[in-house]
Structures are given as C-alpha cells and as structure tokens.
Design a protein around this ligand. Structure first.
Ligand code: GAR
Length: 205
C-alpha cells in the first residue's frame, strides 16, 4: 500500500510537527510528510521542517485581510499542488470555515491539549488548573466545523500534580502529545481509525 501524503499546518514552534516528521522517517510508517504550511512567516517550525528536508510554504493570513475564503483557497491550492491525502493541524491557530473543513472532511486531524470534550478553545492548562481536575491530557480528533468537536481518534491523560503550574502541566501534556499524534496519524493512514469515546471525567482518583 502506498504511503499517504500528509501536510502539516502550523502557526508556531512546531514540536508536534517534529514528532510527526520523526515518526514518518520509519520505513514501515504508513504516511510521509510532504509539506509543512505556516500561516505565520516567523513560525519557528518552518526552519525545523526545512532542516528535516521537508518542503515548506507560507500562506500568511494577514495578506488576505478579513477574506477567510481567499486565505483558505490559497491553502487549498498548496495542498492540491502537493497531492496531499491527509492534513494534520499542529498548533495551527486559525479557525477554518465549513467550506475548507468540508473539503477535507474525514481527512483532517487536529491535536488539542486537553481531554476533549473538556476545555475546548484556548488556555487549556490554566483552565484545567483553575477547575481543579485531577487528570488532564491531549486529544487527536477529526476536524469538523464546530471547533474542537470532531470524532476522537486518540486520547491520553496525565495526572495533575500538587504544585503544578501552567508550565509544568503543559510540559507533561506535551510529552503525551508527541507520542499520541504519530499513533493517531498511523491509525488514520492505515484506515483503522474508529472514533473512541472520551475518557474525560472517567476517574482514576
Ligand atoms: C500544542 O500544545 C497543541 O496541542 C496546541 O498548541 C501547541 C502547539 O505546540 N494546539 C492548540 O491549542 C490548538 N487549539 P507545537 O507548535 O510545539 O506543536
């Protein structure tokens, strides 16, 4: 079976992107990373991708003003040019319209730093600490028009420890993310991803 051609969309640091690139180096990995696109020209992840020999593109959303459709058409043009099969959002901080999401329906994944459906949106670690949850984690899900809401492909949790700060908790969750995303992409690329029920709220203490 030929490997799925994957594009990763980033806005910043790109550590999840790097984890996917690293995983895809393995010969038996069912996907190859063919393109990294950033909506921010200054994203640190771009240099990381280039250092790994991956093609990069910048589609700067500020060039399109408030015209989201034009921005997304430009994204889509890049994805088509590279004959992309699957899209992975990895710290991509733009909300996508139903048109773009529909275009990639069932073929676009996102990683979110929380146990969805808990803590959709931003500042998940701060909100998890404020809520006093005992477990926190990360989720990979298919993207649907409603933000952070699509069918869950993979999820894993970490304990929230006494004395945790946003930074210590973020670090612990990020380790999970780097493990989880490559596993989830593998499952989707092999066509064996089945939506799982969220573990959020299930207890281990
Ligand atoms: C990651 O923690 C990712 O889960 C989160 O942004 C970070 C990006 O880090 N994504 C979101 O919050 C999406 N709503 P990275 O650029 O090092 O992968």
């Amino acid at each position: 079976m030929s490997r799925k051609r994957v594009a990763i969309l980033i806005s910043g640091r790109g550590s999840n992107m790097s984890a996917l690139i690293e995983a895809a180096r393995a010969e038996d990995y069912p996907a190859e990373i063919v393109l990294v696109i950033s909506n921010r020209p200054e994203a640190a992840g771009l240099a990381r991708a280039q250092a790994s020999g991956i093609a990069t593109a910048i589609v700067d959303h500020t060039r399109f003003g408030s015209d989201r459709a034009a921005f997304e058409r430009a994204l889509n043009t890049e994805l088509q040019a590279y004959r992309v099969d699957l899209v992975c959002l990895a710290g991509f901080m733009r909300i996508l319209t139903p048109w773009f999401v529909g275009r990639w329906s069932g073929r676009m994944l996102n990683i979110h730093p929380a146990l969805l459906p808990q803590f959709k949106g931003l500042d998940t670690h701060r909100r998890a600490l404020a809520a006093g949850v005992k477990q926190h984690g990360a989720t990979v899900h298919f993207v649907v028009p409603e933000m952070d809401s699509g069918p869950i492909v993979a999820q894993d949790w970490v304990p929230v420890l006494e004395g945790d700060t946003e930074q210590t908790l973020a670090r612990r969750v990020l380790e999970v993310e780097h493990r989880l995303y490559p596993q989830a992409l593998r499952a989707v690329a092999e066509g064996r991803a089945t939506p799982i029920a969220s573990a959020a709220g299930k207890s281990a203490g």
